[in-house]
Design a binder for this molecule. Structure first.
Ligand SMILES: NC(=O)c1ccc[n+]([C@@H]2O[C@H](COP(=O)([O-])OP(=O)(O)OC[C@H]3O[C@@H](n4cnc5c(N)ncnc54)[C@H](OP(=O)(O)O)[C@@H]3O)[C@@H](O)[C@H]2O)c1
Length: 234
């Protein structure tokens, strides 16, 4: 399979990319940082893309799919920014919605016609438990992830007759560099966080399922949800 994946430089996207390559798929990663995201594998290539620069994304993707087709797009890129809404600048709000939500719409604007033309294609998005229930300090992140979930539901309806499947995975806490910038992180014991490899395995399972079946939304949580807060957070 020829697979396009965002967020291939880190966390869930990186683990997924490695598993896909081990399964002999051909993978093109999308990343801001070419050096960080480079993987030494003959079936791996990279396209530099900043999902905050939407016009540029649209242009680069259009040019990429002019020369080649893909069977699947996996959208892993995203980041968390948590706090009360008045703590964010307009620029911070704009960027979080762009990267976590609008980028999915912009990339699909190019990919869906290609999949429609092929009469097949898989779209897999990483949502969040914050797409299901919003909580304290999650206004900005949940706004984007709820939006992404709504987008996936509508897209699924729009595309199913054209052989396209749309899956949304909503994980709880995943142990990844996502928490490097946060004042909190899952507690150390294994039952408090999902591993990135487990999400990657789930993605690979979706790819092996018949295209007549849609795994529409999959929610997964760590068994326990203990969180460590850094001393200065309230
Ligand atoms: N970790 C969790 O607990 C958790 C739980 C639920 C959902 N999620 C979701 O899972 C997805 C992956 O997160 P992760 O845990 O794997 O975090 P991660 O290790 O921090 O990876 C985030 C990825 O997103 C990319 N990215 C961020 N901003 C970007 C931008 N402007 N343009 C292009 N790429 C950008 C990063 O690329 P660079 O290398 O360029 O920074 C990186 O590859 C995100 O959508 C996140 O919201 C995470």
């Amino acid at each position: 399979m020829k697979i396009l994946i965002s967020g291939s430089s880190s966390g869930i996207g990186l683990s997924t990319t490695k598993q896909l390559l081990a399964m002999n798929h051909e993978v093109t990663g999308l990343s801001r940082q070419l050096e960080k995201a480079q993987l030494d594998h003959p079936n791996f290539s990279l396209l530099q893309l900043d999902l905050n620069e939407l016009e540029d994304c649209d242009r680069k993707l259009k040019s990429l799919i002019k020369d080649q087709t893909f069977d699947c797009f996996i959208h892993c890129a995203g980041y968390g920014h948590f706090g009360s809404i008045e703590q964010f600048s307009v620029a911070q709000i704009d960027q979080a919605i762009r990267v976590n939500l609008t980028s999915a719409l912009v990339l699909c604007r190019q990919l869906v016609p290609m999949f429609r033309h092929q009469k097949q294609g898989r779209l897999i998005f990483i949502g969040s438990e914050s797409a299901l229930n919003a909580g304290k300090k999650g206004a900005l992140y949940s706004a984007a992830k709820f939006g992404l979930r709504g987008f996936c539901q509508a897209l699924r309806e729009d595309c199913s007759k054209d052989g396209i499947t749309v899956s949304l995975i909503n994980p709880g806490m995943v142990r990844s560099p996502f928490f490097d910038e946060q004042p909190f992180a899952p507690a150390d014991q294994s039952e408090n966080a999902i591993e990135t490899e487990d999400v990657a395995k789930l993605i690979c399972q979706i790819l092996q399922t018949s295209t007549d079946i849609v795994m529409d939304e999959i929610n997964l949580s760590p068994r326990v949800k203990s969180i460590n807060f850094s001393p200065q957070s309230s």
